[in-house]
Design a protein around this ligand. Structure first.
Ligand code: C5P
Length: 293
């Protein structure tokens, strides 16, 4: 029996507290090291079961017209095929996470669809099955399915849970949409950063400040505006780009500290003052949902 009704599930964004590219594999994908941090900037994914037909329909916000190419749509299809499910679904995406910003919005939407429809279609897939489906959709999807801050290696799929202190971040989105594939395939990308050990961060996160995002150099050469935004934000501390950009972030410690800086973000860019999350808001919402149904 499927669950009737329409439910809104959150899809939080992430920051890469640093991002190292260690090498490239034969299949073209890169070996990475990173710390993924969940943050309270969220898309909302509306899900409603269609028990009359196996049709999946996707309502995207204006300006986003990926259709069947959209990762959220593909996630629903993948889950449906995996379990031979004859139910359909209506998916409604409410975007707040900027697109092409390195914040994992599309991957998080897809993870929310997998986790949410697994519940609503009552499929009982375990986390391992969802992680495998997620990995086929995109490198960042497993992280959002698991829903905990993590030390991340492999191509983005090997996760070790990590406790990170609570804090607030000032994000600056310079209005540039970056293609992750273009950055990773760029001839000038350095792919030989030596591996660091997780032990270095187990006691404190101070070490994170000293580690860079290896993708920055290529992104700055392609989009000078992103470099300008980093320069602006660096006036107040160690600013970094998240993922393949274009969003920059700075740990501001508290909401109060961030308010003053937020007001100064230049008009042509978008500033966000966002708290860290210790675990995914999606998983919190699922707990509530289970109590109600
Ligand atoms: O996995 P995802 O579809 O998010 O990756 C987008 C693109 O980024 C891939 O097509 C690939 O070119 C590149 N990529 C990579 N190594 C990774 C992750 C992504 O080369 N570990």
């Amino acid at each position: 029996m499927a669950v009737e009704g329409r439910y809104n599930f959150p899809a939080p964004a992430k920051l890469n507290r640093f991002l190292h590219v260690l090498g490239q594999r034969e299949d073209g994908y890169h070996e990475l090291q990173s710390v993924f941090q969940l943050i309270g900037l969220e898309d909302s994914v509306g899900l409603q079961v269609d028990s009359q037909s196996p049709k999946i329909s996707l309502q995207e916000p204006e300006g986003l017209t990926c259709g069947v190419e959209n990762l959220a749509y593909r996630a629903a299809r993948a889950l449906q095929e995996f379990r031979g499910c004859s139910l359909g679904a209506r998916i409604q995406l409410h975007k707040h996470i900027p697109v092409g910003a390195g914040l994992g919005g599309g991957s998080s939407d897809a993870a929310t669809v997998l986790v949410g429809l697994n519940q609503l279609w009552q499929l009982d897939c375990d986390e391992q099955e969802l992680l495998q489906l997620g990995q086929q959709l995109g490198s960042d999807v497993p992280f959002f399915i698991h829903g905990k801050n993590a030390w991340v290696t492999g191509t983005g799929n090997e996760l070790v849970d990590m406790k990170l202190p609570e804090t607030w971040f000032l994000l600056v989105y310079p209005g540039v949409e970056v293609s992750t594939g273009q950055v990773f395939q760029h001839a000038d990308l350095t792919r030989d950063t030596p591996a660091v050990t997780i032990a270095r961060f187990s006691e404190s996160t101070e070490g994170l400040d000293s580690l860079n995002n290896d993708l920055e150099r290529v992104v700055f050469s392609l989009f000078p505006e992103v470099q300008s935004a980093k320069n602006w934000l660096s006036q107040w501390g160690t600013a970094k780009m998240s993922g393949s950009g274009s969003c920059l972030f700075l740990d501001v410690g508290s909401e109060q500290n961030g308010q003053t800086l937020l007001r100064q973000v230049p008009e042509n860019w978008t500033g966000y003052l966002i708290p860290s999350l210790s675990s995914s808001s999606l998983h919190g919402e699922l707990q509530n949902y289970r109590v109600q149904t």
